[in-house]
Design a binder for this molecule. Structure first.
Ligand code: SF4
Length: 299
C-alpha cells in the first residue's frame, strides 16, 4: 500500500452504520441470540477459509451433534474429520477437536472471553480470537478480516484495495473508527458485514453504502495499483488430491490398502505420493502396522 497517513480523527457516524446493519444484515444461523460462544467458535473455524454458502449446510448439524466443547472432545478425531466433509483445509477439523479438548479440560468447558487467552487455544489466531471476543462476548475489540481491511482502505485511505496485512496498522485503523461506548462491538460487526455484502472486492455497491465521506469515492474511485490478484484455482492442485484421498478414508470405517487409495488419483502418481505424505505429516492420516492407511485415530 502506498504511504498514505490514515485519517486518525475520521469517524463515521456509528448509528448510520449500525442502523444499516440492523436493516440489511444476513440472517446467518450462528448470529441467532441463543447460539453459544462455543458454537460461534465452531462457525469461525469453518469460515476461516470457506465461504458462508458452503458452511451453511454443515454448521447446524454439527452444533446439534456436538453442542459443547466436551461433547466435541468426546468424539473421535476420525468422526470429526468425517463430519468436516467437503469444507476443505481439514487441518482445521483436527485443530477444532484439539481446541475442544483444551477448553473442556482446562477451562471448565467454557470458551474464554479474553483475546490473549483465546490465542493460546489450538487453531485460534488473532482474527479468530477477536471475532469470538466481539461476537460472543461483545468485547470492544477491533476485528479485522479481509472485508474490513478493504472497507478501511477505501473509506479511510482512498485506495481501491487493501495492501499487505499488517496487524498493528490494521488494528489501529479500525480502533480509530470504533465509537468509544457500548456501540463498539456492533459497529465492528457491521463494518465486517458492509465489506461482505456492499463494499465487495469486484463491484462495490456504493449507492447502498451508509458511510458518508468515503475517501475513495471522494478521490473519484482511482483504480487499484500493482498487478491484478491471481485467482486461486483448485482443480489439479495438491489440495484436490488430498481431498480425494480423504474421501476414500472417510467412506471406510476400517483401514484401506495403498491400492484402494491409489485409484482416487491416477493422473499423477508423484503428486499423489506427495499429497499422501503431507496428510501423514499433518497427522490427519495414519499408517497401520500392516501398511494400510486410516483416518487419524482409526489406525
Ligand atoms: S462508498 Fe463504496 S467504496 Fe466507499 S466504503 Fe461505501 S461501498 Fe465501499
Amino acid at each position: 500500500m502506498p504511504h498514505i497517513m490514515p485519517h486518525r480523527r475520521m469517524k463515521f457516524a456509528p448509528n448510520e452504520l449500525i442502523d444499516w446493519y440492523d436493516r440489511s444484515r444476513r440472517d446467518l444461523p450462528w448470529r441467532a441470540p441463543d447460539v453459544t460462544a462455543w458454537q460461534i467458535l465452531v462457525s469461525e473455524f469453518m469460515l476461516q477459509q470457506t465461504p458462508v454458502a458452503r458452511v451453511l449446510p454443515v454448521w447446524p448439524d454439527w452444533v446439534r451433534r456436538w453442542p459443547t466443547p466436551s461433547a466435541t472432545a468426546a468424539a473421535s478425531a476420525a468422526d470429526v474429520l468425517r463430519a468436516w466433509g467437503k469444507l476443505g483445509y481439514p487441518r482445521r477439523a483436527k485443530r477444532l477437536h484439539e481446541c475442544a479438548t483444551v477448553i473442556a479440560r482446562d477451562h471448565d468447558d467454557v470458551v474464554p472471553d479474553d483475546v490473549d487467552v483465546l490465542m493460546t487455544l489450538p487453531g485460534v489466531g488473532s482474527y479468530t480470537a477477536r471475532a469470538i471476543a466481539c461476537f460472543a462476548y461483545r468485547r470492544a475489540v477491533p476485528v479485522v478480516d479481509t472485508n474490513v481491511r478493504r472497507v478501511v482502505a477505501r473509506a479511510v485511505h482512498g485506495l481501491a484495495d487493501a495492501g499487505a496485512p499488517s496487524a498493528a496498522r490494521d488494528h489501529a485503523d479500525v480502533s480509530a473508527l470504533l465509537p468509544d461506548d457500548e456501540r463498539a462491538p456492533k459497529f465492528s460487526i457491521a463494518l465486517m458485514e458492509l465489506g461482505a455484502i456492499v463494499c465487495t472486492a469486484r463491484a462495490p455497491r456504493c449507492g447502498l453504502c451508509p458511510l458518508e465521506g468515503c475517501a475513495w469515492q471522494g478521490a473519484g474511485c482511482p483504480p487499484a495499483e500493482g498487478p491484478a490478484r491471481r485467482v486461486q484455482t483448485y482443480a489439479g492442485t495438491d489440495r484436490q488430491v488430498r481431498g480425494r484421498l480423504l474421501d476414500v478414508l472417510r467412506a471406510n470405517d476400517s483401514p484401506v490398502t495403498r491400492a484402494e487409495l491409489d485409484v482416487a488419483w491416477l493422473t499423477d502418481p508423484v503428486q499423489r505420493d506427495r499429497a499422501l505424505d503431507s496428510l501423514l505429516a499433518d497427522g490427519l492420516v495414519t499408517r497401520t502396522v500392516d501398511g494400510r492407511f486410516a483416518l487419524l485415530g482409526e489406525g
